[in-house]
Design a protein around this ligand. Sequence first.
Ligand code: HEC
Length: 118
Amino acid sequence: MKQPTSFLGQCLLPIVVGLIMFGIMVFIGSCGEDKDEPVPAPAPKASPVRDAAFTAIYPIIRANCTPCHDGIKHPVKFETPEQFKGSKARARITNGSMPPSPKKMTADSKGKLLEYLQ
Ligand code: HEC
């Protein structure tokens, strides 16, 4: 019974050796990849960060300002506390020029926005 041995030697052995070589190549390849291209940290999310106080008044902004201040119709938008506080909103709400008539805010909403902008 010489056949199993020669079958192993002629067919199976080269396949096994090939698989081992392939495995070593993949291993070396993955090592090099780790060194050369470290996995980049996930990019910070683009979603706006809102504190609780801004979240509370945001519906007022959404109802009275965002229809115009969406970043398209008007470049000044109020999606984050920084955008809102960093704008001239306080002066414009106080002098009554924002929101422009005919749509006027209720006195209650105006008070809440000005309170936040203090
Ligand atoms: C009907 C559309 C409309 C609405 C609603 C509106 N705005 Fe405006 N806003 C404008 C336009 C147009 C301008 C640019 C003309 C001007 O400065 O008056 C402007 C300008 C401004 C500016 C000055 C921007 C700059 O830096 O020059 C501020 C601040 C502002 N708006 C705040 C607000 C706030 C806060 C609200 C909501 C309470 C609001 N706006 C609602 C249309 C609107």
